[in-house]
Design a protein around this ligand. Sequence first.
Ligand code: ATP
Ligand code: MG
Length: 554
Amino acid sequence: MPYPSTFPPLEIPSGIDLWTLLLGHTHRDFPVTKEILTCGETGRSYSWADLRSASIEFGKGLKALWEWKKGDVLAFYTPNSIDTPILTLGALWAGGIVSPANPLYTVDELAFQLSDSGARGLVTQPRNLPTAIAAAQKANLPLDRIILVGPRRDPSGRTRHFSSVRSTSYTASRHHHHVQARIADPQTDLAFLVYSSGTTGLPKGVGLTHHNMVANVLQASYVEGSQWRSRGGADGQGDSQLGVLPFFHIYGLTCGVLMSVYEGWRLVVLERFDLHKALAAIERYRITFAYVPPPIVLAFGKHPAVDGYDLSSLKVLHSGAAPLTRELTEAVWNRLHVPVKQGFGLSETSAVVCCQVVDEWGKFMGSVGKLMPNMEAKIVSEDGKEVVEGESGELWLKGPNVFPGYFKNPERTKEAFSSDGFFKTGDVFRRDKHGNFYCVDRLKELIKYNGYPVPPAELEGVLIGHKEVADACVIGIEDQANATEVPLAYVVLREGVDASDGKAQELTEWVASQVAPHKKLRGGIRFVDQVPKSPSGKVLRRVMREQAKKEQRA
Ligand code: ATP
Ligand code: MG
């Protein structure tokens, strides 16, 4: 029998679109003049009411300018900014689909997303403009379909500034008390077309309906929002969160942008993660919580710069997107007295699947928490049968936040769902009798040593727990003589520690003393300057696997 959520079921309205959920009704639990989007560098802010009216103006502008239709895709190629949520919500208001791209993409990568999504417009910023233009040309998107955000305009005049799209709508009525978003069917119409992180291969286009997104905002609000609310904000100012996660990725999009608009939290936006800027923003804006990936938790736990700032406003950190170890959670607690609670999610589930309740963070450390309301989970073995409670297997999911399928890819979609309609996550999980879930690793990345599964994430966690280790990436390599795979670790040493003779040996032996015999680092240790990571904070083991193959051939 599938495990139902241990939370009571929520009522999730089926006929409401995302724009209407977030901005449709002006009666909120907070004053609508409250500032909810603040630029961490300049302090420039938008209130909830500003965001609402600006998004409608932008949506109207799109309709007037390009006869924007339901289902038209607006792509984004920008770092985080307080302006992009206006355009995102404006495009949704006008019935469009938003497809955000990684702002570090190359011409070819961006052109792929523009073509694959069939984008009819592209939002970018001046610094990204040359790449955006080249990609638009490649994807046959006319240059006047490029919209710039930020203070500067394009001197060549080939592209448009977003304020000019907004002002196109000024001729229309500016009183929008009863405006309805232009959505036909929240159950089938897509709101977002996000691309998965590409951790295991090429990024996949993941279509998320309005209903998927509405459900996940309400699910996360019930489990997460209530916890922050009950704890109150700093200095009576209400809660504010640090917006460092990339908004193009589902985690930053849902938990950062959408949750803030729904809950009325101030989101202090940073273009990208920079430790000093993040710490300074926490101090200056008395930030109460942040959703972050493990590399940022690592910085909070281990980086010397953290001691130079007043972080007393910080009440909780939430970690997701990649594995987090117990040691790191403890390191942050011992240093800052801030609980780190973990969550788990995927692009395919509109973000949040599981999260820890804040009062249980210390009790079930290492767990990714409990299943969101209205979800069902199965943990299955290779033959598709459910395993005994406590044993590991692949996590399968059902729920209102689970996507309908990969974009224009029925074959892949078919492979991703079981015959009884569960989405197969590709992640190995176990569940305890209290309903806590534990993420072991990705099914495809488990190393098989003589038939025994070795989760690289566990070995990375053990290594990062060593006082001389700053970071680690573990992969499986072929051991031809013994016809098996063995784990090899790429290790970044902490500043001031030398990769002296014997250091690799010493660390290998230390790991061996911490783990079961089949998990020893039989492939050895190699020292590197850094471990490749995606902007969403995931270790890119496939990059190191390719490097190892090259080294083996050489
Ligand atoms: P791709 O599917 O393109 O290879 P991806 O799976 O990394 O990339 P995302 O949808 O961004 O793309 O990430 C979802 C994955 O992130 C999950 O399947 C899981 O492997 C990992 N993940 C998320 N949260 C956690 C967590 N708390 N602990 C361990 N892994 C996590
Ligand atoms: Mg994936």
